[in-house]
Design a protein around this ligand. Structure first.
Ligand SMILES: *Cc1c(COP(=O)(O)O)cnc(C)c1O
Length: 225
């Protein structure tokens, strides 16, 4: 399958679901991103700051760049001017730094709060208790961040029912939060869940943003860069 056909496949798959495709282009070379772009794709996801910056500079300016990987505070300043959505906000300290850099250029930076839903403890994110605490004690001074929703990654397992329950828990948490009065910085409308191996389940459980790499571009080659 070509990248162009894969983009068409996902356009068909997502039609009517209300979910959008994030083309996860980490480690992929610019010509491949351009193939996706020419097939109509306008949202790309990267997990490294420097790589995202380089691609931002080289590619058309109507692309939305989404940061999906763990972000170090000292690198926030490089992406805040152009990033469309940071999916991976996993600490108060990181949120504080995004707010600070947003304030410097007078931009409200769109963010998702990453929630730890998997059984492995290797994945980043707030647990449910921390998240609820953060929402209820959200610093009013954080006027340059916009919280658009939640992001989560399911366990790496073949157990579809476990994956489904993890996504369902996240959706329930999202719905619970979205149904109550929230700080002004919140506009809950996105639920980022699902990757190549589990997007079907994620869509059934209410995902609005699926992050797809391998199923679009093929296997990643970490040796090329
Ligand atoms: C790499 C990555 C993806 C895409 O993974 P695939 O299995 O290649 O679709 C999705 N989300 C995050 C956070 C990633 O780092």
């Amino acid at each position: 399958m070509s990248i162009e056909n894969n983009i068409k496949f996902f356009a068909d798959t997502l039609r009517g679901t209300g979910a959008k495709l994030i083309a996860v282009s980490k480690t992929q070379q610019v010509p491949k991103l351009l193939q996706a772009y020419h097939a109509g794709q306008r949202i790309f996801g990267e997990n490294k700051v420097q790589e995202m910056e380089e691609k931002y500079r080289q590619l058309p300016k109507d692309i939305e760049w989404h940061m999906i990987g763990h972000l170090q505070t000292n690198k926030v300043k490089y992406i805040v001017p152009f990033v469309s959505l940071i999916h991976s906000v996993d600490s108060l300290k990181l949120l504080q730094e995004i707010n600070k850099q947003g304030a410097k250029i007078n931009r409200q930076v769109p963010c998702l709060l990453q929630v730890h839903i998997a059984q492995e403890d290797t994945k980043f994110g707030f647990d449910e208790t921390e998240l609820v605490h953060l929402v209820h004690h959200f610093p009013p001074a954080f006027t340059h961040v916009q919280i658009k929703g939640l992001m989560g990654m399911a366990s790496l397992t073949n157990n579809a029912e476990q994956i489904r329950m993890e996504f369902r828990n996240l959706r329930n948490l999202y719905k619970h939060l979205a149904s109550q009065p929230l700080p002004l910085q919140f506009e809950m409308k996105e639920l980022s869940m699902g990757m190549s191996s589990d997007y079907t389940i994620a869509l059934q459980e209410g995902s609005t943003l699926v992050r797809i790499g391998t199923a679009l571009f093929g296997e990643r080659d970490y040796h090329q860069r």
